[in-house]
Design a protein around this ligand. Structure first.
Ligand SMILES: *[C@@H]1O[C@H](CO)[C@@H](O)[C@H](O)[C@H]1NC(C)=O
Ligand SMILES: *[C@@H]1O[C@H](CO)[C@@H](O)[C@H](O)[C@H]1NC(C)=O
Length: 457
């Protein structure tokens, strides 16, 4: 099925390229001003279920929200697992997560072009390319903002085939007859985007720092896209580690701070990149493998007691299976069965006689209890993920448990049955209340326990 979609994209892309040669633009000689101070580029992150999100439904029940989160986490886990074991072609134009509404956890909002036009982009640490819909968009999925019109922007330039960025972004034969670089980004579910590679001015806007422009950023200007849903986003912001990624272009550093996912009105979730990214806190080694971000998880504690788990279950095998990935697109965390059994038994021991177990319809195998986190977990300890380098990632009750109903909550560290002994994934709930900073060149991730609001001062 995916192949059929690819063929369709290829065919229609060719049609597009044959019929739109008026796209040749006169190249603007770049008038870049030199910047001395290390720049930082800040954008608010909008969670899918936040009141600021175009997907926000004030009438949604907790059950509706949880059902989506659980499905999306499972889909993301499957994707990460496939990617970690190289189960599909690693050409970047093929490797990416589904930019589907069910699988988009965070969106970034910044502007393209001159004059700047805001775009709402799905943030994805699992793919590399930055792309947006561009006019003419003959067959594109629906988005909430007007479609970007490169002909109205004075800073838009197509990317010549000979550009190194073309080779990096579009391996293989990806030139049109006018020697413009073309791209095809395919995602795991058959969703795809295709168009011309280009450069453009991006503008980040923050209340305290004003406007921060990035000139000549490489991006995919998608004139076609395929997705079987009504979208809101206008493209994808790939934050992967490859050469083509905006992250890499801006100094191979980025950080995000997620304060609360439960609170739809929480306004301080944010993403920062550039040389001036605040790199603070305790550092743990980062390893890149198949373009995913791996950490070394050494153990888990519940309260003060270190659980009896063999650290080997968290490491990657020489053949590349297993290991521990940190991800921003997964809400829940997942550990392998042998670790899950120990954690779950320990939680049950503490809850025994105090909390009443219930079965959750969306996750029948999860460890769930009746009650509310705030009222019924008073005195219940948090958990700690012990990472290499002596770094402790602390999960308080709202990071360790997830509200799943009016009077129900479940352990947010789960195990997916039928997945075999596989990958461990540190999801976004576990990273709440931390500023997580990636220094890709130095191969380190920094964790700083912080109120995200403080980063704005
Ligand atoms: C939410 O419910 C109100 C009242 O029933 C209704 O008017 C509104 O259209 C609903 N909103 C959405 C997004 O479904
Ligand atoms: C995106 O930013 C623009 C300009 O700053 C703003 O007008 C718009 O409301 C923002 N969109 C969202 C979904 O936050």
């Amino acid at each position: 099925m995916a192949t059929a979609v690819a063929e369709l994209v290829r065919l229609s892309l060719i049609t597009f390229l044959l019929t739109s040669h008026s796209l040749c633009l006169t190249a603007n000689p770049a008038t870049t001003s030199t910047v001395t101070k290390p720049k930082r580029f800040v954008t608010k992150l909008i969670h899918h279920d936040s009141a600021l999100s175009p997907y926000y439904n004030p009438n949604a029940s907790i059950r509706d929200i949880v059902s989506r989160l659980v499905k999306s986490s499972a889909a993301r886990f499957t994707y990460l697992k496939a990617k970690s074991t190289n189960a599909f072609v690693m050409d970047d134009t093929r490797a990416g997560v589904v930019p589907e509404k069910s699988a988009t956890e965070f969106m970034a909002n910044f502007s393209f072009g001159e004059p700047p036009v805001p775009q709402l982009l799905a943030m994805d640490t699992g793919s590399n390319l930055l792309w947006v819909h561009c006019l003419p968009c003959t067959k594109c999925f629906k988005q909430s903002n007007p479609i970007f019109d490169p002909s109205k922007s004075s800073t838009y330039k197509t990317l010549p085939c000979a550009s190194p960025d073309c080779i990096q972004s579009s391996p293989g034969d990806k030139c049109d007859s006018s020697n413009n670089c073309i791209f095809l980004q395919k995602y795991l579910d058959g969703t795809a985007a295709a168009g011309l590679m280009a450069t453009e001015k991006l503008t980040f806007e923050t209340s305290d720092e004003g406007l921060s422009p990035v000139s000549d950023a490489v991006f995919g200007c998608a004139h076609e896209s395929i997705a079987d849903y009504d979208g809101q986003i206008s493209g994808v912001l790939g934050l992967g580690p490859s050469e083509i990624s905006l992250t890499t272009k801006l100094g191979s550093k980025f950080s995000y701070c997620i304060g609360s996912i439960r609170d739809p009105n929480y306004p301080h979730n944010q993403l920062i990149f550039g040389e001036g990214t605040k790199i603070e806190g305790a550092a743990t080694p980062l390893e890149l493998y198949n373009e995913l971000y791996y950490l070394t998880l050494e153990g888990i504690s519940l309260g003060q007691s270190r659980l009896q788990i063999d650290p080997k279950v968290f490491t990657r095998s020489p053949s590349g299976t297993g290991g521990t990935v940190i991800d921003s697109g997964t809400t829940l965390s997942f550990v392998v069965k042998s670790a899950y059994d120990v954690l779950s038994a320990e939680v049950q021991k503490l809850a025994n006689g105090i909390l009443e177990r219930v079965q959750d319809p969306d996750t029948p195998t999860a460890l769930c209890y009746k009650g509310t986190i705030d009222r019924d977990l008073v005195g219940f300890p948090g958990a700690t993920f012990h990472l290499a380098g002596g770094v402790d990632l602390f999960l308080d009750k709202t990071s360790l448990f997830q509200v799943t109903g009016e009077n129900e909550f479940c352990l947010a560290v789960q195990m997916l049955e039928g997945m075999g002994e596989g990958l461990n994934v540190i999801g976004i709930l576990a990273q709440q209340n931390y500023n997580v900073a990636y220094d890709i060149a130095a191969e380190k991730v920094y964790f700083q326990y912080i109120d995200c609001e403080l980063l704005e001062n």
